[in-house]
Structures are given as C-alpha cells and as structure tokens.
Design a protein around this ligand. Sequence first.
Ligand SMILES: Nc1ncnc2c1ncn2[C@@H]1O[C@H](COP(=O)(O)OP(=O)(O)OP(=O)(O)O)[C@@H](O)[C@H]1O
Ligand SMILES: [Mg+2]
Length: 364
Amino acid sequence: MSGISLQGVSKRYPGGILAVKGVDLDIESGEFVTLVGPSGCGKTTTLRTIAGFETPTDGTVRIDGKDVTDMPPYERDTGMVFQDFALFPHMTIHENIAYGMEASGEYTREEIDARVAEMLDLVELPGVGDRTPDQLSGGQQQRIALARALAPRPKALLLDEPLASLDKQLREQMQVELRRIQQEIGITTVFVTHNQEEALTMSDRLAVMNDGRFEQVGPPEVVYDEPDTRFVADFLGTANIFDGTVTAIENGYATVDCGDVTVRSQSPGALETGSEVSVIVRPERVRFEATSADGGTRTATERSNVFQGDITFKRHLGSSVEFRLETSNGRELVVVRRSGMDEVTLGDSVSVTIDPDDCRIVEE
Ligand SMILES: Nc1ncnc2c1ncn2[C@@H]1O[C@H](COP(=O)(O)OP(=O)(O)OP(=O)(O)O)[C@@H](O)[C@H]1O
Ligand SMILES: [Mg+2]
C-alpha cells in the first residue's frame, strides 16, 4: 500500500477559475482522509488531480513516493468511485467487477474469477455475480461499485461522494461498511463529501476545504474541538460564536468585548490586546440550570460567561437533547446535553454558564 502526497497543487480551469490554490497534503499508507467543504470549494478537482483526470497548473502529485503529476489515470493504479457510480447496465455483476482486470490484460481467467469471488465476499454479496445491476438495490449496487474499484488491487481508493444518492439509513449502513472494508484491506483512501457528519465519523483525518484551500487538516476530534478558524468551527458541527475585541489578557485568559456581552476564554499564546477574534464554544460545553425565582434578577453583564435566558426550542437526539436558548441580550445559544438530566422545557428560564476553559479563541 502507498501514501499520497500533494505539494503546492493548484488547478486553474480554462476560463480562469482558480479552483485549487496551492494545497499541501501528505497521506500515509493505509490512511483514510476526507476532503470536506461546501459546494464548489474544490474537493472534486483535488480528487481528480490525484486520479490523473486533471493535470495541476502547479505543484506535484506523488503516489507511493513516485511523481505521477504528468501520468495518465490508467498508469496511476488508483481505484475511483464516483457519486453516480454507474455500473455498466448491460453487463452482469461478475463482468462489472472483472472489468478493470480484463482491460489490463494482465490476468488469467482463473485469477479474475477468483478475485471477483473474493470481492463479492468482501462486500458481503456472495452469489450475485450472474445478476445484472437492475436486479440489485441501490445500496447493493454501491457495494458492487466499490468491489469493481478494488478488484485490480489499486494502490489507493478515491471516492467522490459515493454515498450521496443513498437514503439516510442506507447511507449510515454504508458508512460503516465502507470503513470496515477499508480497514480490512488497509487501503489508502481519499474520500470526498460535503456532509460534515460523515467526514467526522469516518475519517482518520479530514481536510476542511474552503475556496480552494485547506483551512485545517487533522484528526476529527482535533478539528472539532480545536478549530483553527471561524470557518472550520462553523462548518463542522454546531458552534456558538462570539465575535469581539480582546480587551485584556491575564494569566493565559483573555477578556473579549463582544458589544452586548463580555466573554472570558483561555487564550492562545500569541494573542494580543486589541485583536479581533471569535470565541468558539461547542454546544456540549455549555452548561445551564433552571433559574430559581430570585435568580433571574442578576443582569447578564454582571459576570462574564454567565447569561440569563429562556428555552425556545428543544429536541431529542437519542442519547442527548438539543436546546436553543435566547439570552436576555437576544443571542441564541445552542446547547446539547445528555438525555435524562433534570428536565427543563420550552419557556423555562435558565442560567447559562460557560467555563473559560471550554472556550477557544480564533483570530479573524
Ligand atoms: N471543468 C471545469 N471547468 C471550469 N470550471 C470548473 C470545472 N470543474 C469545476 N469547475 C469550477 O471549479 C470550482 C471547484 O469545483 P469542484 O467541482 O472541485 O467543487 P466541489 O468542492 O467538488 O463541489 P461540489 O460539492 O458541488 O461537488 C467551482 O467553482 C467549479 O465551478
Ligand atoms: Mg464535487
């Protein structure tokens, strides 16, 4: 198995659009890396550049240490699955999976038959080889597309939104299935999605893309808990964001004046007074308790990181509950906490507390 390396890769399409702007990425052998970002940010272009369907305007692509920048796709040994995965409708499943191996001319009939059977076992669909694609469900067809990509033993697997056309339940099943198969054979994988949940749950690392650049690359828990930029915080999961100006820094904590409220946050080393920043607080980190009858008199600005509010929305998410609160300053806060904690309901008044250690400051 092999790693993939992008160095300073840019892609300008004819007509002038700079779709990818000098990205660097080193993917280790066997790693599952997801490119995630909003529509049009350059995910597909980056993936197609790795596959060889696009030639970068600048930069170098290496697979297994070898410079493949000017090599055509069929010499790169990558297996690709597209969003519409298009199995050949007039061919049997067996013929579909065998296609890449047949085309290479390097394998005997016996080798191909054995490999197809092995692939059908891997995707847990033994015995469907004689059917045609229209005799399979959407999810089953998706697995066959994966088997087809893997059959010629590619060095890397490249997947462009392969689950996007599946309904939610099937999609979640296939996420688990895809990850199982990837880990079982240990193949280096680059996966493209604009679904942030999918990116967070499936990947060893993710690269969050915005406007042709990587905003942050890291393991899911790091990118989620320690976003480098406001964009990353906002794009991945839900974030409570307080924009403001740093007015003081003391003992590793910063005071941020956000106009209507003052927020105290742990402070990154290099921060300076006067900087424009955003304070990010994830919903799981916000605490609140129902306000006793006399507790509501304290004004919101009296203490930093304490807010009075009312619950305006509540929904159960299974093992947790999401609340939306409107503070007395008119801000909306999102809070997620474990199910079964003391019950509060719509319209209840609450006192919200945010620990400065649960805040993260990013500079504008
Ligand atoms: N063949 C092309 N010619 C010119 N411009 C293109 C071409 N393909 C893509 N683009 C432009 O390049 C930019 C990046 O497109 P790309 O397909 O890589 O985005 P994406 O992140 O995959 O988006 P999506 O989530 O919608 O699939 C977009 O502005 C797009 O319009
Ligand atoms: Mg795309």
